[in-house]
Design a protein around this ligand. Sequence first.
Ligand SMILES: C[S@@+](CC[C@H](N)C(=O)[O-])C[C@H]1O[C@@H](n2cnc3c(N)ncnc32)[C@H](O)[C@@H]1O
Length: 293
Amino acid sequence: MLRATRSARQCGWAPLNCHDAPVSAEERLGTAGVARRPVGAAESQRASRMWWDADAEDYLAEHGRDIGDADFVWCPEGLREADAHLLGDVTGARVLEVGCGSAPCSRWLARAGARPVALDLSGAMLRHAAQLGAATGTPVPLVQAGAERLPFADGSFDVACSAFGAVPFVAEPEQVMREVARVLRSGGRWVFAVNHPMRWMFSDDPGPDGLTVQQSYFDRTPYLEVDGAGRATYVEHHRTLGDRVRDLVAAGLLLDDIVEPEWPEGRETVWGQWSPLRGALFPGTAIFVCHKP
Ligand SMILES: C[S@@+](CC[C@H](N)C(=O)[O-])C[C@H]1O[C@@H](n2cnc3c(N)ncnc32)[C@H](O)[C@@H]1O
């Protein structure tokens, strides 16, 4: 889910040339290997913009069918907003989608009667969003910005949502929580899906090798891919479950639920590191449901 190509984490911490097939975003960015080191907000955002610009095409080629053109799929477990109703009644609601990618969720929201605004850091992702908006006959307003600094007035939205957008990639998620809390009206809901924190312990392998603990759950050192000069070309940050709750509480939000979607019986999809094998044993996604008091 988090990226199109296979993660280097599947190969342990070996150089990326252990892959047996060319991976174009990595080639374009000159990715030379992986690293574990602290990485600040500016370098994270720069790497994410470069990565998602370079990977947008491949990401949509690989996952486009799973996420749909105008559908709201929360996670690789296949949970749909149409069934889960985590956002409540969205009719007429001003909804901010954070890290929208090609914006299938916002188009679904528009068709459900909401007034969505779809925000993403990546211009390439937003170009796909514009093309799909035209192709589906459901264009939505698109905004290019980082989730760390939302270009909206206080209290502008009734609802905010994110399906694996932005939150796993930022160095300071507490800042994103504060920003979302700021742009929500009182009573507004914020629901976001991220990879389940316990997945951090394992390599991103959907097969049997992805069942063995590789590193500490408590190790918050970010995962990076780097170019020949050591600059980050891709970043993922880790927060424990407690960290995520603390970030929300510190932003003045109230946590209503943490949904851990179970792998549906008979679902054969393999989606990045998500698979029926792993899904039968431990959670892959955590969806935080909260609101601004
Ligand atoms: C895994 S994709 C998910 C996109 C979409 N929700 C989907 O399911 O296809 C992650 C998205 O988050 C965006 N993103 C990453 N860092 C961001 C940031 N700091 N601010 C806003 N968007 C960001 C990326 O550009 C990318 O489009």
